[in-house]
Design a protein around this ligand. Structure first.
Ligand SMILES: Nc1ncnc2c1ncn2[C@@H]1O[C@H](COP(=O)(O)OP(=O)(O)OP(=O)(O)O)[C@@H](O)[C@H]1O
Length: 455
């Protein structure tokens, strides 16, 4: 094996240098001595540097000169392990070959599997064959008497992740301590779908590069994780509750997302064209919207307990706030995370576990000016600047209720999936899930934003 003409040294303070240049121990995934013991083979996953680099992490293996290969490799391995005591040993990887533009399998093989191999993580890979596969597999995993996997890594879109989260929650619900079981199986989202909202929200909160599956795989390999809230949507007698990690969409946004399902082959262009189409033929969406402001921090726990909300149909006591009955809206989103796809921070202020649902809606006077305003809002979505427009209202809340008017036929979507329209209400459960994330986010204490003052 050819040795590179670079010398690796470990200083007395455990600082590692290669030809005098500092090497971050946290970037080292593997270190092995060469057969002649004159070198060490080091695999790193470090951020690219240089003016034309994207900053995304890159896996790289180099063979470097050292004085004692075996001793150096052992020392490096110890230093690296000390930094990641929670690194997973075994994970379940769920790949959806039908997600997005069908690149998930390639993303896994090219970007994720080599990182797991270098980090010595055992991976059981499930390639889904149809809708529901991921949910069923995760249900079985979470319901098992013993935890088999330290984490589930999704390579697909938000639809697949939604199946994984709901499957884990459903499986965990059969056990005596479902909340503990759900939190014990950490989840990661590698971008392999169209929207990849969860990935984008976690990456943007942790300073990772949005769209980089290598960054996600590195976080998994290191075992860094943080808490994330989940939202439980209730439909009364109509159907069982829905556990959501992402968002509820209603009105124009639901039309754009759900109404353009058949045009997935257009990629990101699908939503742009659909937005123009649905804004031009703007519909009236009428409903009664109420929410419980964040006057107190949300209570921990309770995701698997009976609902704490007043039954659907029962009046809402103060401090619930209600907009006008059967008011006209154009769009309404209730976001649990900041992004609704890789380029759209619909609720830019949303933290991963800030104990709040971020409501965003517009109530414009129907007409030509409403269309102009909405197009302007959509153009500002990329930078999250829509939120500064007067027409876009945003509120942080712990719970919400949406009751469409009797003659309203607007679509409703949960985590990108169409659900039957009708009255719906929801509550946030902070800290219900753990997700793999970048080191700074894992290190930061769970920041629950301060309560809003009562209106
Ligand atoms: N082998 C398969 N064939 C067809 N559909 C599948 C298959 N495996 C999973 N699915 C379903 O495909 C749907 C969409 O997948 P996914 O969410 O991964 O991609 P996407 O919709 O392109 O991305 P996003 O949800 O981020 O917009 C999911 O609801 C999932 O259940």
């Amino acid at each position: 094996m050819a040795l590179q003409d670079a010398l690796l040294e470990i200083g007395s303070d455990d600082e590692v240098t290669v030809d005098g240049e500092s090497l971050d121990v946290a970037d080292i995934l593997r270190a092995q001595p060469t057969p002649d013991n004159c070198g060490v083979e080091v695999t790193t996953c470090a951020r690219q540097s240089g003016w034309c680099a994207t900053r995304a992490r890159v896996l790289r293996t180099r063979t470097l000169r050292v004085r004692d290969g075996a001793a150096t490799a052992k020392h490096l391995t110890q230093l690296s392990k000390r930094l990641s005591p929670d690194a997973p040993h075994k994970v379940l990887v769920v790949v959806n070959p039908a997600g997005g533009t069908g690149r998930a399998q390639k993303v896994f093989e090219r970007d994720v599997a080599p990182v797991f191999y270098a980090a010595n993580i055992e991976a059981d890979v499930v390639v889904t064959k149809a809708q529901g596969d991921a949910m069923e597999r995760c249900r079985v995993v979470a319901a098992a008497p013993q935890v088999t996997y330290d984490g589930v890594v999704v390579v697909g879109g938000d639809g697949t992740l939604s199946e994984v989260v709901r499957g884990l929650a459903d499986g965990a619900s059969t056990l005596a301590d479902p909340e503990q079981r759900l939190r014990s199986i950490r989840v990661a989202h590698c971008p392999g779908g169209t929207g990849n909202a969860c990935h984008a929200s976690v990456a943007s909160a942790g300073g990772d590069v949005i769209g980089s599956a290598v960054d996600v795989a590195y976080n998994v390999a290191r075992g860094f994780s943080c808490s994330m809230g989940l939202v439980r949507y209730e439909f009364g007698e109509r159907r069982p509750p829905f556990i959501s990690f992402l968002a509820m969409e209603w009105g124009l946004v639901a039309d754009v997302d759900l109404g353009s399902e058949g045009f997935r082959w257009l990629g990101a262009l699908r939503t742009t064209l659909a937005a123009i189409w649905y804004i031009l033929r703007l519909k009236r969406h009428r409903a009664t919207l109420s929410w419980l402001p964040c006057t107190q921090p949300a209570r921990k726990g309770g995701l698997f307990a009976p609902s704490r909300l007043p039954p659907l149909g029962a009046p809402l006591p103060p401090p619930w706030r209600t907009e006008r009955r059967d008011a006209t809206y154009q769009l309404m989103m209730a976001c649990n995370v900041s992004h609704v796809d890789e380029t759209t921070p619909m609720a830019p202020a949303a933290g991963l576990d800030d104990g709040a649902i971020h409501l965003v809606f517009t109530r414009l006077r129907p007409g030509f000016l409403a269309r102009v305003d909405l197009i302007d809002g959509f153009l500002k979505l990329d930078g999250g600047k829509h939120i500064h427009k007067r027409s876009f209202q945003s509120h942080r809340c712990r719970a919400l209720r949406l009751v469409p008017a009797a003659d309203d036929d607007s679509r409703t979507g949960l985590d990108g999936e169409a659900v039957p329209s009708g009255a719906i209400q929801a509550e946030i459960f902070p800290g219900a899930l753990r997700v793999f994330c970048a080191a700074p986010l894992a290190a930061a204490r769970t920041a629950v934003s301060p309560p809003e003052r009562a209106a």
